[in-house]
Design a binder for this molecule. Sequence first.
Ligand SMILES: [Cu+2]
Length: 129
Amino acid sequence: MQKRNEIMKRSTLGVFLVLLVLTASWVLAASPPFRIQMESWSPYFAPVAATVTAGSTIRWENPTGSHHTITHDGCRGTGACAFDSGAIGPDSVFELSGLPPGLYPYHCTLHPIMRGTLAVLDARHPSEI
Ligand SMILES: [Cu+2]
């Protein structure tokens, strides 16, 4: 009887742990995207310097009346091009996820005066970029 109670306790703990992991992964998967708003006036992105942790989804929203792009600065030279949205129309969004930790300056190819920076931090080492 003693042994049976022990088995019951362990299996209850096991079920609890499985439920905990499932709940945690659901919460993480359901976390809302980090939002960056495009604007028609300086500094053109709000926030213009954004910081997120790796694994986050970043969503650029275009409430302006013009098309814009979200283009990593590496795309215009010989560097590595991390992302390039193509034209994002009015009232449209561009979502990005899965970026490795790093610093990503970006611009709009249609209006090169529009410039922003995205910092993706390693969640385990948030002080390093
Ligand atoms: Cu633009």
